[in-house]
Design a protein. Structure first.
Length: 64
């Protein structure tokens, strides 16, 4: 699977997380204010976005 051509900036990804979701993530042990946790979260979001893009390409190529 190839990565997105223009991945979103880490700051954009982190800014897009609403306060309620940040609080929920913190309860689960993921503090987006901690650089290591933020890096892990951003990598996960980018991996998910790449997987979604790959699925969309597959559907477009095979299903028209």
């Amino acid at each position: 699977m190839r990565p997105a051509r223009y991945p979103r900036a880490a700051a954009d990804i982190l800014r897009s997380v609403p306060p309620h979701d940040r609080a929920l993530l913190l309860q689960l042990g993921l503090d987006l204010d901690d650089p290591a946790d933020a890096k892990l979260f951003v990598e996960g979001v980018r991996a998910a976005e790449d997987a979604i893009a790959a699925q969309m390409r597959w559907e477009r190529d095979r299903l028209g």
